[in-house]
Design a protein around this ligand. Structure first.
Ligand SMILES: *[C@@H]1O[C@H](CO)[C@@H](O)[C@H](O)[C@H]1NC(C)=O
Ligand SMILES: *[C@@H]1O[C@H](CO)[C@@H](O)[C@H](O)[C@H]1NC(C)=O
Ligand SMILES: *[C@@H]1O[C@H](CO)[C@@H](O)[C@H](O)[C@H]1NC(C)=O
Ligand SMILES: *[C@@H]1O[C@H](CO)[C@@H](O)[C@H](O)[C@H]1NC(C)=O
Ligand SMILES: *[C@@H]1O[C@H](CO)[C@@H](O)[C@H](O)[C@H]1NC(C)=O
Length: 348
């Protein structure tokens, strides 16, 4: 008891000292890494913003630390690093220097179009990463397989709006807590890895996962394994996908909220699809979907958008869909009923 109380007292005085001195400097190794990053990007805004005698490095723009308070030293370890909205930041990602930030959990490059070249292999050392964003940059080359293999704690991956090429690595199925993958607006080819999210077990407070692969050149089918994944959002619009979409569209009790399959080459009979009870937005426009719209769609109370235009659908629209405008149903084979013209068989 007494020892514990003493320890607590010591800890408290250590933190009071820390507050009093205002010291929020980072660990010497982390500071060296940050200075190396600054040098790699020089000249840039970092030259003026990341200066030791003006502010402790944990206060530098885009840097966040976690402070481990111990008896002799109170150095912060850099846990988060972000480069945001700057056109002056140019050159390749300084992989070696960033990889020396051994406690990094979050790494973000956002709207830095001058940052280019491949995602460097040296980043594979950042095994504690939970969030990786490289978005709206000039980064190109393949998505490295180590993102899935090395980042076992990864929860969010955003590599959207870059110039990435090649296939989606199958290793992205490995991190068990990965629940957001956004690879939209790149030049990715090949098929969708069938085991994505297969290790993810939804908990009460996180009811599902998000996959965004829109605006790429992906081909092949939507994996049958996706029938077992709890998607909240699924957007593969503007690709070259073929075949059946039932693995993401069908299943009454599924949590699916938003599905966008627009502008692919999907071709399947919609008559048998059991849309999820809670589905909100469905965009299936510009495909080759045939059959009819199941009557059940008319009674989906959460449905806010339902666009099946530019397909090969036929038959009478369920009554509940008359609240949507005609542009949701235009250019099909023989759909009829409100808001479209009345069905021929009903006329006398
Ligand atoms: C980019 O550089 C130009 C010229 O050096 C400067 O005027 C501008 O403020 C810089 N922009 C940012 C966002 O740092
Ligand atoms: C997809 O491929 C076609 C032809 O191979 C090409 O013209 C098009 O630019 C590609 N689209 C994207 C988004 O890379
Ligand atoms: C679906 O995706 C297309 C193309 O990416 C987009 O234009 C459209 O607005 C999206 N639909 C919905 C309902 O968000
Ligand atoms: C679609 O499936 C239904 C049965 O679910 C069947 O009656 C219908 O003929 C099929 N439509 C086409 C165009 O294959
Ligand atoms: C449905 O999609 C078509 C084709 O992309 C588009 O022209 C139309 O505006 C969309 N309808 C609505 C209501 O968004």
């Amino acid at each position: 008891m007494a020892a514990a109380a003493l320890l607590l007292l010591l800890l408290m005085s250590a933190s009071i000292l820390l507050l009093a001195s205002g010291s929020k400097d980072c660990h010497a190794d982390d500071k060296a890494a940050l200075l190396a990053i600054k040098k790699a990007f020089s000249p840039s805004y970092l030259d003026e913003g990341w200066v030791s005698d003006q502010a402790p490095c944990c206060d530098w723009y885009g840097v966040e630390c976690e402070h481990d308070i111990d008896f002799d030293r109170s150095w912060g370890r850099v846990t988060s690093l972000a480069f945001l909205r700057d056109t002056n930041l140019t050159g390749p990602v300084p992989g070696d220097a960033i990889a020396s930030l051994t406690h990094l959990q979050g790494l973000t490059f956002f709207k830095v179009p001058g940052v280019s070249g491949p995602i460097p292999d040296s980043l594979a050392k950042l095994s504690g990463l939970t969030s990786l964003t490289i978005s709206r940059t000039g980064v190109s080359g393949a998505i490295p397989s180590f993102i899935g293999s090395s980042f076992t704690k990864l929860q969010e991956l955003d590599l959207s709006f870059n110039a990435l090429t090649g296939a989606i690595p199958a290793s992205l199925a490995k991190p068990p807590r990965l629940l957001v993958i956004d690879l939209s607006r790149n030049r990715l080819t090949g098929s969708i890895p069938p085991l994505l999210f297969s290790r993810y077990v939804p908990t009460a407070d996180e009811a599902g996962v998000y996959l965004t692969l829109s605006h790429n050149n992906l081909s092949g089918t939507i994996p049958a394994q996706f029938a077992a994944v709890s998607f909240l959002g699924f957007d593969v619009s503007r690709n070259q996908l073929t075949g059946d979409a039932s693995p993401v569209l069908s299943g009454r009790g599924r949590p699916v909220v938003t599905v966008n399959l627009s502008r692919n080459r999907l071709s399947f009979n919609m008559s048998g699809v059991e849309f999820p009870d809670k589905v909100n937005d469905v965009d299936l426009s510009h495909n080759a979907i045939y059959g009819g719209i199941p009557a059940r769609v008319g009674s989906l109370t959460d449905l806010q958008q339902f666009n099946v235009s530019y397909n090969r659908l036929c038959g009478e629209l369920p009554a509940g869909l008359s609240r949507f405008d005609v542009y949701n149903f235009q250019h099909n084979k023989c759909l009829c009923g409100a808001p479209l013209a009345a069905c021929a068989s009903r006329r006398h």
